[in-house]
Design a protein around this ligand. Structure first.
Ligand code: ADP
Ligand code: ADP
Length: 218
């Protein structure tokens, strides 16, 4: 069964704007799917509905994961909290056992290459490093489903490519189901073998492109 499935999902906002009509998609466990499409076609709306931040007006949404990792374009860190405390935030909110939390925070910080920066504050870090903190924070609860809303869109090209490499490395290690939004076809094809193409207003999934793709082994 799919980790994430949309069947005929539509979204009409209070002001009457219809952002999605009849969107269908499914992401299998351990599958990385990207979504491309022009601004305004409903990509963010799709992700907000998948995450539960927003509700569909019609259709069915099923998510099979006890928690969902959500990574936004803006790293959304708490400025007065250190790297370590930002990464541990969700585990704290879940009242995770302290030892377990500390272990997971250490592992996540290590995975994104920020060991040694635990006590830094977000403002002391570069944009790329802040995004790494945001990635580490989303990994701490080990969700089976990850949603990425143009996470690297605001970064310079080199940092972006480096983070895409690392994201693939994390994916190969953890094998979560991922839905990754971008407006870059190049980025989509770099990250996944299945690219969903959205277009139109209101948006719907218009096409699906499968690219021969072999993930390197862990
Ligand atoms: P994308 O992420 O592809 O750029 P969005 O999902 O952000 O597109 O937006 C899809 C459409 O819905 C756009 O026309 C946008 O202006 C509209 N929209 C998004 N959020 C709201 C809202 N809260 N209220 C009304 N219209 C909205
Ligand atoms: P990336 O995000 O891909 O690591 P950056 O340009 O953000 O690239 O940073 C490159 C490297 O420079 C970082 O990995 C880090 O080692 C170092 N660095 C950047 N900003 C700082 C900082 N404020 N304090 C200490 N080291 C930094």
């Amino acid at each position: 069964t799919a980790a994430l499935r949309f069947s005929g999902v539509s979204k009409k906002f209070k002001d009457g704007t219809v952002a999605l009509t009849g969107a269908d998609l499914a992401v299998a466990p351990g599958e990385f799917v990207t979504v491309v499409g022009p601004s305004g076609c409903g990509k963010s709306t799709l992700l907000r509905i998948a995450s539960g931040l927003d509700k569909a007006s019609d259709g069915e949404v099923a998510v099979h994961s006890k928690s969902v990792g959500y990574v936004f374009q803006d790293a959304t860190l708490l400025p007065w909290r250190t790297v370590r405390d930002n990464v541990g935030l969700l585990a704290e909110l879940e009242h995770m056992d302290k030892k377990e939390r500390e272990r997971r925070v250490r592992d996540a910080i290590d995975l994104v290459g920020l060991t040694g920066f635990e006590k830094h504050l977000p403002m002391e870090l570069s944009g790329g490093m802040r995004m790494r903190v945001s990635l580490a924070r989303s990994m701490v609860l080990a969700p089976d489903v990850f949603l990425f809303d143009e996470p690297f869109g605001a970064l310079d090209e080199i940092t972006r490519e480096r983070l895409n490499d690392e994201l693939l490395r994390m994916f190969i290690q953890s094998r979560f189901a991922a839905l990754f939004i971008t407006h870059s076809v190049q980025e989509a094809v770099f990250l996944s073998g299945r690219v969903l193409v959205m277009s139109g207003r209101p948006g719907r999934v218009k096409a699906e492109v499968t690219v021969p793709f072999d993930y390197p082994r862990a």
